[in-house]
Design a protein around this ligand. Structure first.
Ligand SMILES: [Zn+2]
Ligand SMILES: [Zn+2]
Ligand SMILES: [Zn+2]
Ligand SMILES: [Zn+2]
Ligand SMILES: [Zn+2]
Ligand SMILES: [Zn+2]
Length: 415
């Protein structure tokens, strides 16, 4: 898989092989180019230790076990090390990477199995999110990958919001040619996060072919106006009979243009510091459609980070959009360079382990306390400790008692 989340359809031999699930081992043995890719997917994932003690890991290679949790059972996700040590020889679905997930191996979702690496787990990981991918099904058409019954050569692209994978031809608008985009957001997620439409004129790459029922016979492909979580529940049958231009060429990685980002920053600073970029763009009348959207590299840096927008992101559960370390690209780089780990934003790391209410509280208070809190969180990063919600509470309690003391002192001196 390339950095912009494009999975190429395997060749016919691979697709028709008796074992349709390509294990990482198969991939490693197959080809050196693929080996590089696989290493990138494993990124910072540890192959020896269960990732559970790290909590909800910002991004990790994740697997589902068809042997332990087959379809119709509770979905569960398993870390890389556990696939080696606890699910050896099992039928695994490789889910590539997912964000904010805590390993389920051996918890109540797996009825038979005890984790050999970290058995001391709580019953469930309440913040984990699951979709049909955990049963090996992808896209609005809910098909396996690779799909032995699908004759149409087509790539699969991962939506960076819901993290499901979609056929290029099932996205409402075909991906731009030569994959000149960095990230994709699917139709359902665009509906849910409709504020993004205001940004499309400035940061999105137009797709090539507008798919209309007239030229594709795809009248039955409909994405409902529902949150992504609900989409998974829908059994949407889609005929794979359309003949859109399919692309087999690899995805080109666009190198991050730092100049564009700094330009943008200056732009922002030059104007009255407090303006909300989103409101500005909204006033310019953006378009709203029912298609997926494709975004340039570094587009996330250009999203407004004013307090109102940050709270909106939190409520929509898309706060990760303004976290540069959230991208698959950043994760893959982490696998290649050790120092990338040190650049992790401590605030974002802390936020990713919290629920929404805690996040809103933290963001509201954070606005006034940026430096102090960042320094506090940095200490955790330096000591390689996981920040827990209690630690954040501790920070604010200390702060409050310091304030109180100051007030008390003043009263003392004045009396
Ligand atoms: Zn594990
Ligand atoms: Zn298993
Ligand atoms: Zn395990
Ligand atoms: Zn599909
Ligand atoms: Zn999506
Ligand atoms: Zn804003």
């Amino acid at each position: 898989m390339a950095a912009n989340g494009v999975r190429e359809k395997p060749s016919a031999e691979e697709a028709c092989g008796e074992d349709t699930v390509l294990s990482l081992q198969d991939v490693l043995e197959e080809d050196e180019a693929l080996q590089d890719e696989a290493c990138a997917v494993l990124g910072g994932s540890d192959s020896e230790k269960c990732s559970y003690p790290q909590g909800y890991v910002k991004r990790q290679a994740l697997y589902a076990c068809n042997t332990c949790t087959p379809d119709k059972e509770e979905p569960a996700g398993i870390c890389l090390a556990c696939t080696y040590k606890c699910h050896e020889g099992h039928d695994l679905f490789e889910l590539y990477t997912k964000r904010n997930f805590r390993c389920d191996c051996g918890n109540s979702k797996l009825k038979q199995l005890e984790c050999k690496l970290f058995p001391d787990k709580e019953n469930v990981n309440a913040l984990n999110k699951y979709n049909a991918n955990f049963f090996g099904l992808y896209c609005i058409c809910k098909r396996p990958y690779p799909d032995p019954e699908d004759e149409v050569p087509d790539e699969m692209i991962q939506c960076i919001v819901c993290e499901d994978w979609y056929h290029g031809r099932h996205l409402g608008e075909s991906p731009p040619e030569h994959m000149e985009f960095h990230e994709m957001i699917c139709q359902a997620c665009m509906d849910r996060c409709s504020f993004l439409w205001a940004y499309t004129a400035h940061l999105a790459v137009p797709g090539v072919t507008r798919i209309t029922p007239a030229d594709t016979e795809l009248d039955d492909v409909k994405v409902e106006d529902e949150p992504a979580e609900d989409v998974k529940a829908e059994e949407q049958k889609v005929e794979s009979t359309n003949h859109l231009n399919s692309k087999e060429e690899g995805a080109e990685q666009t190198s991050p243009s730092t100049s564009a980002a700094s330009e943008q920053k200056c732009d922002k600073d030059a104007k009255t510091g407090s303006t909300c970029k989103l409101q500005e763009y909204k006033a310019q009348q953006g378009l709203t459609m029912t298609t997926a959207t494709y975004w340039t590299s570094n587009w996330r840096r250009k999203l407004c980070t004013c307090k109102d927008c940050m709270i909106m992101y939190t409520q929509l559960e898309v706060l990760f959009l303004v976290d540069e370390c959230d991208t698959v690209q950043a994760y893959e780089n982490k696998g290649k360079t050790a120092e990338a780990q040190e650049r992790r934003d401590p605030l974002m790391t802390a936020l990713s382990s919290m629920n929404r209410v805690q996040q809103v509280e933290l963001i509201s208070e954070y606005n006034d306390l940026k430096t102090e809190l960042t320094d506090y969180l940095k200490r955790f990063a330096e000591e390689q400790k996981v920040v827990k919600a209690e630690d954040i509470q501790q920070f604010f309690e200390d702060l409050r008692s310091r304030k109180r003391r100051r007030v008390d002192d003043m009263q003392y001196y004045c009396s």
